[in-house]
Design a protein around this ligand. Structure first.
Ligand code: HEM
Length: 393
């Protein structure tokens, strides 16, 4: 389960808290029930977030040397910060992602998506296949983020490559050669971020002005560039793929019987891009009757919590608006709850509203393939083509 946590059907029984060894023999406590996952997230004193960005495959000396050569550091900043600086750093980031600023991006994003959808529809009409990951979803969140937060002047492809390398380096089971290659990529881009952190404006300047050291400014930019765009582009891809197999939901969207916002929530519940998130036990405790010794790694199975029958009426069915649909934990909970949720929801709502109709009359040529990863889905492509070459309106 550890590296393909989205695949397990809800009928497969799991204990509430299960001890599971990983590929190098480290034992994790996997928490499966909604109430227990929530309990852990809501208690950052007993269950600290310090291990959020720890590499699940320990880095060999050669990869550590490569990172050190790039002066790579990820000090406690946002997701991995249980210290006193967290609330202030979080508040500065939250201001940049304020709901009013997010709402102001909606018309721009709508126009961009509408234009892309029109072009993709025209290509489908010629009988060509289109990749709704590469041609629609992949860069949208980064383009929006760059309008909200001042970022280094790097090509979109370079940021995507770095972000995916980071998700693999820290959360995938890896061999030493791959770790070395990924460390080189992540370390190199970390250098770009460090240069920008020293003199860049916007969020970087605000963090500097608030007295945060350069490593923290780099850490915040690093996390934003990974969490703030890759998660959402993965989600958009997974949601579109899910909708391709849900014609009744698409019909409801067409007539207005199904609300876009409900589709987004049901998508987050059933297709979360982040399937697990970690905490580390600060003290000995008991969770759902299971002893949790201090130092234990807790793997919170967010995807499974979203399908807990104690919370959702029809856990495995995509039924927008059903009882419990919005109670998913896709964005976490408590003091570290995702600070980009409003942005992610806005982006997903625009894509559902504008692009769902593109899925009418298409067949899936290539569903998204997801590699082994503790936390992130990382779909690589989603290719469709029109069933009939003509007849699209
Ligand atoms: C569908 C898209 C997204 C999902 C599923 C998601 C999910 C998550 C999760 C599970 C956490 C950890 C929460 C916890 O520890 O309780 C988190 C934290 C965070 N996310 Fe997101 N996220 C998404 C998009 C975004 C976006 C668009 C941004 C910003 C542009 C963002 C920025 C952050 C930040 C800064 C944190 C750390 C918050 C803290 O520790 O105080 N995320 N996210």
């Amino acid at each position: 389960m550890l590296f393909s946590g989205w695949g397990s059907a809800v009928e497969t029984p799991w204990p509430d808290v299960a001890e599971v060894p990983d590929q190098v023999g480290v034992r994790h406590l996997v928490v499966t029930r909604h109430a227990l996952v929530r309990q852990v997230l809501a208690d950052p004193v007993t269950y600290r977030p310090d291990n959020a960005l720890d590499a699940v495959t320990p880095m060999p000396v050669a990869a550590l040397r490569v990172l050190a050569g790039h002066r790579f550091r990820l000090p406690p900043t946002l997701a991995n910060n249980s210290g006193a600086s967290h609330p202030e750093i979080r508040a500065i980031v939250a201001e940049a992602l304020h709901p009013a600023r997010v709402a102001a991006q909606r018309p721009w994003l709508t126009a961009l998506v509408r234009d892309r959808v029109a072009r993709l529809g025209a290509r489908l009409d010629t009988g060509a296949s289109v990749d709704l990951y590469a041609d629609l979803a992949a860069d949208l969140p980064l383009l929006v983020l760059a309008r909200l937060v001042e970022l280094p002047d790097a090509p979109v492809a370079a940021v995507k490559e770095f972000a995916r390398a980071a998700l693999e380096l820290f959360w995938a089971p890896l061999d030493a050669d791959r770790q070395l290659a990924l460390a080189a990529e992540v370390g190199r881009f970390h250098g770009v971020l460090r240069d920008f952190a020293a003199g860049g404006g916007g969020l970087a300047a605000e963090l500097r002005a608030a007295g945060h050291p350069p490593d923290v400014v780099v850490g915040a930019l690093f996390f934003l560039l990974v969490a703030g765009q890759e998660t959402t582009s993965q989600f958009l891809t997974l949601l579109l793929h899910r909708l391709a197999g849900e014609p009744a939901v698409r019909a409801g969207l067409r007539t207005g019987a199904v609300a876009v916002a409900d589709v987004v929530e049901e998508g987050l519940r059933l297709e979360p891009p982040i399937v697990t998130w970690r905490r580390v036990a600060a003290t000995d405790s008991t969770l759902g009757g299971t002893a949790v010794p201090a130092g234990s790694s807790l793997v919170l199975w967010l995807a499974r919590a979203g399908r807990d029958p104690a919370v959702v009426e029809s856990p495995d069915e995509f039924r927008p608006g059903q009882r419990g649909s919005r109670r998913h934990l896709a964005f976490g909970a408590g003091a570290h709850r995702c600070v980009g949720d409003v942005l992610a929801r806005m982006e997903a709502a625009v894509v559902v509203a504008e692009a769902a109709a593109l899925l009418d009359g298409v067949t899936v040529v290539r569903p998204p393939w997801c590699p082994d990863n503790l936390t992130f889905r990382m779909p690589d492509a989603f290719v469709v083509r029109s069933v009939e070459r003509s007849g699209r309106s």
